[in-house]
Design a protein around this ligand. Structure first.
Ligand SMILES: [Zn+2]
Length: 325
């Protein structure tokens, strides 16, 4: 049973995955690329239990779930909806908001669309991922929370915006992979563990001249710090110390505002993960689609309560929350 080719267009996707059966066939093809094999008796023959998301062994009658170990397990939502949501999330450049998905799927309930997207977002962090390496630009930025009366850009206390650390690989003149994380402060003991987790030792790290980045050499990196020109000089064409990090931050800000009209501080990390996932897999939509649905990764699905745990969406607003109301 060959794995079906990934649809190249929206129209083709809609016709390939129009029914529950078609989605089940795809799941089976992902689970058994070489054809069914009974885990209990080793039999190769099976029956499909249509619309039950299960296959049954023709020898010992053992039943195997098509969705076990994936984000789709035990969900009452039709597979066509999951597939559609994952497809939009991996192919639409700007991503998709819960409101848009609700309209696209014709759902009566906003909450269902919101849950679908959040479950898929939680499949976007791969803990075993390869660290960045080679030449890496690192910078920090404030996201959201325009606010009057601040005493300078480094004030932490009472700050409504969130502080975010950004790392971008240099690949020639372009960007390679990226990482982003919400951090509580500018301290070395916050920044260095992030770098140890996300950048290979011995890599060359480019930063501006801020104090936060002292100690990178002792931490096992090569470090090139350059004073960042003033904003007015940058506008006149002066070269930034970290041009790729600047670009990534600009893209992030536009994306957050354009797609989600800003998000809550409590949920920001989830959206950073989505941005990073999207960026790092922009050239491999088929692999991204399968990763989201948990096919072949054995990922557990996130329970509803865990997601609702971050439901203080109407507090700490960075603009308008994409809230569950
Ligand atoms: Zn069997």
């Amino acid at each position: 049973m060959p794995r079906p080719p990934f649809p190249k267009t929206l129209r083709q996707f809609q016709s390939d995955f129009a029914t529950e059966e078609a989605c089940e066939q795809y799941l089976a093809a992902c689970r058994w690329p070489e054809g069914f094999l009974c885990p209990r008796c080793g039999n190769l023959r099976s029956y499909e239990l249509v619309n039950q998301r299960r296959w049954q062994c023709a020898g010992c009658r053992h039943q195997v779930s098509l969705t076990a170990g994936t984000v789709l397990h035990r969900t009452k939502t039709p597979l066509t909806h999951w597939f559609w949501a994952a497809y939009l999330m991996t192919t639409d450049k700007r991503g998709v908001s819960a409101l848009l998905l609700q309209r696209q799927l014709g759902l009566s309930c906003y909450e269902t669309a919101w849950m679908l997207l959040h479950k898929l977002r939680r499949a976007m962090v791969n803990v075993a991922r390869e660290p960045l390496h080679g030449e890496v630009e690192v910078d920090e930025t404030w996201i959201g929370g325009e606010q009057a009366g601040l005493r300078g850009s480094r004030q932490l206390k009472g700050r409504r915006a969130a502080l975010v650390l950004v790392a971008v690989e240099r690949r020639g003149r372009g960007s390679g992979r990226i990482r982003m994380k919400v951090i509580p402060d500018f301290k070395g003991k916050t920044i260095i563990p992030f770098l140890h987790q996300n950048v290979s030792p011995g890599s060359t790290i480019y930063t501006d001249g801020l104090k936060s980045f002292e100690g990178l050499r002792e931490a096992g990196f090569k470090h090139i710090a350059r004073t960042q020109p003033l904003r007015s000089a940058l506008r006149k064409g002066a070269k930034s110390a970290v041009p790729l990090a600047d670009r990534a931050i600009g893209n992030l800000q536009q994306w957050l505002i354009g797609t989600y009209h800003g998000v809550s501080k409590a949920q920001l990390q989830v959206y950073l993960d989505e941005f990073v996932f999207r960026h790092n897999r922009r050239k491999t939509p088929a692999a991204a689609f399968q990763t989201l649905l948990g096919l072949g990764t054995g990922r557990e699905s996130t329970e509803y309560d865990q997601i609702r745990g971050a439901k203080d969406l109407n507090r700490n607003l960075l603009g308008f929350a994409e809230s569950t109301r």
